[in-house]
Design a protein around this ligand. Structure first.
Ligand SMILES: [Mg+2]
Length: 327
């Protein structure tokens, strides 16, 4: 374990929140891709969360203070955060002046006192987190826009829904054990409908069935689909992806959709092209389960709005993020 006793982070007290600036070099939020994670998304805090629910804030804070120097176990989004950090290194190797970097911040409902364990844990693992925001408010998502957040990952469904309502790409992280070891390269898998794309075709499918959805797609083939809840993040990720060539890129992006390539693939591809969003690999599964292909890709994160797809991915240790479509 690293000795963190000599590194006292600077705490800045604002009216109702505390921001801890660590020694990590600040990035320009206008240029950077800001990702906000909550503590329960990045670390395994299930035991502590249960203590909080059963015995309240005071006991929870006491426990966290007592264990301040005991690093937390890595959680579901930990590997994803590590991987974006690797991409940052590659970007700076290419261009030491690069401004278009990933900037990770922790947004937490912990008090600064109970939050010290989180700061210490991040340091222990060498996580490059520029800001820790300990906010006491019920709805911490009110800060997402002023922090220029482009992706918010949380283990709390209400938080995720609030973020989506504010127009910020957001997804729900589930606590997972046995998260698969993944490659060094950052791999991100997106579902299509209701994730990158709007839910317009899903709505036709749900109300009128598959045949009508196929007919709808044929009729609309020349018209790009609407924007989905994760698109803003995907666009920003795509901009960083474009800084690297086809070979040796430290980022790989994937579309794994239930659409069939034959009947419903054209509009999807045309839409991505219209948006200028380059996806490295696309899988049109025609309704088949996604787990086998996910097991092969081994992504650091998989975004989907289908609970059954998320469950299949969780069962094989794929770090998964649900984009709720019923907020
Ligand atoms: Mg979908």
């Amino acid at each position: 374990m690293q000795d963190t006793s000599s590194e006292v982070p600077h705490m800045e007290r604002m009216e109702d929140k505390v921001i801890v600036n660590t020694e990590v070099k600040q990035k320009d939020p206008k240029e950077a891709l800001v990702i906000a994670v909550t503590t329960r998304a990045i670390f395994d805090l299930e035991e502590e969360h249960q203590l909080f629910l059963a015995k309240g804030k005071e006991e929870y804070t006491k426990h966290q203070k007592t264990n301040e120097d005991k690093p937390l176990v890595a959680g579901t989004a930990f590997g994803f955060i590590k991987a974006v950090q690797t991409v940052n290194k590659k970007l700076l190797e290419k261009n030491p002046e690069e401004k278009s970097l990933f900037d990770v911040i922790v947004l937490s409902n912990n008090s600064p006192e109970s939050g010290m364990r989180i700061v210490n844990s991040a340091k222990h693992y060498g996580l490059e987190i520029s800001r820790f925001c300990f906010v006491s408010d019920e709805d911490s998502t009110q800060y997402l826009q002023s922090l220029s957040v482009k992706l918010f990952l949380s283990a709390d469904r209400t938080d995720v829904c609030n973020a989506l309502k504010r127009g910020v790409s957001a997804a729900l992280i589930f606590q997972q054990e046995d998260v698969q070891a993944t490659s060094m390269e950052l791999r991100v898998v997106f579902d299509g409908d209701s994730v990158l794309f709007s839910d317009e075709t899903d709505q036709v499918f749900r109300s009128k069935g598959l045949d009508e959805a196929v007919k709808y797609e044929k009729a609309m083939e020349a018209i790009p689909m609407g924007q989905g809840p994760i698109l803003q993040f995907a666009i920003q990720l795509g901009k960083i992806r474009k800084k690297f060539g086809q070979e040796g890129s430290p980022i790989r992006t994937y579309l794994v959709t239930a659409r069939s390539g034959r009947d419903m693939g054209v509009r999807a591809i045309r839409t991505l092209r219209q948006w200028g969003l380059i996806i490295d690999e696309a899988f049109f599964m025609d309704g088949a389960p996604k787990d086998a292909i996910l097991a092969q890709i081994q992504p650091h994160i998989f975004f989907d709005d289908g609970v059954h797809n998320i469950k299949g991915a969780l069962d094989i240790g794929i770090p998964s993020a649900l984009v709720p479509c019923d907020c």
